[in-house]
Design a protein around this ligand. Structure first.
Ligand code: IFP
Ligand code: MG
Length: 217
């Protein structure tokens, strides 16, 4: 994977599952794409999430929208699903399958890993991660088992320690604070609620996109 292309993909990384939205997920994703998201992650987990055939059907529906607009489609946690539908990549956390095992299963599919410490970052890089998700940067209500807020300092620490792998921040990011994440050294921002629960997902994506272009200050 070409790092420059991946850093472009990570600029505005929308994550959504059916339980993150009040309106139809397909509608929200389409509007978010028109608003300027650069990458999508299907994350169907938590209270009232879909399972089995229903989860598979929604994944296929959202994947076909991403294909239509040439937006890469990433699957959270569920490696079997990602392989079954030939997703463009997977995202895993420290509590998911072993990183090296996942890398062996998915071949050169994109592999994102959530990391919360310098040590986790080093071992994830050794195991073949393509990008890191760092967070929660700000307080979030979305992820029930989120780790303590790390703020911007963890992004700055990895960059200070010469970790140049593509990094996306996640957790409580909105149009007002997104530029802080970019200034701290992230290549992009990842959001769920700021777009999935916006009155206008289109408008929310467009406003966030503006703030991930460093020339916009
Ligand atoms: C828990 C997560 C942390 N980071 C990311 C991403 F933004 F993709 F890096 N996705 C997740 N599901
Ligand atoms: Mg996980």
């Amino acid at each position: 994977m070409n790092t420059l292309k991946l850093k472009e993909w990570l600029k505005l990384y929308f994550i959504m599952g059916s339980n993150n939205c009040t309106k139809n997920p397909a509608y929200i994703l389409t509007e978010a794409i028109k608003g300027g998201i650069t990458l999508f992650q299907f994350r169907e987990k938590g209270d009232h999430c879909l399972l089995g055939e229903h989860k598979y059907a929604l994944a296929r529906e959202l994947q076909s929208i991403c294909r239509e607009y040439k937006i890469p489609f990433i699957v959270n946690d569920d490696i079997d699903l990602a392989l079954a539908i030939q997703a463009d990549g997977v995202h895993i956390g420290q509590d998911d399958e072993d990183i090296q095992k996942v890398r062996n299963r998915i071949g050169n599919m994109l592999l994102g890993v959530s990391v919360h410490s310098y040590a986790e970052a080093l071992s994830a890089m050794d195991a073949g991660a393509d990008y890191f998700g760092l967070g929660p940067i700000f307080p979030t209500n979305t992820k029930k088992d989120a780790k303590p807020v790390q703020g911007l300092s963890f992004i700055q620490e990895l960059r200070r320690k010469r970790i140049h792998i593509p990094i996306v921040g996640i957790g409580g990011i909105n149009p007002q604070n997104a530029h802080l994440v970019m200034d701290a050294g992230a290549d992009g921002v990842s959001v769920i609620t700021a777009i999935s629960k916006a009155d206008s997902p289109y408008q929310a994506a467009a406003e966030l996109k503006l703030r991930t272009n460093l020339d916009y200050q």
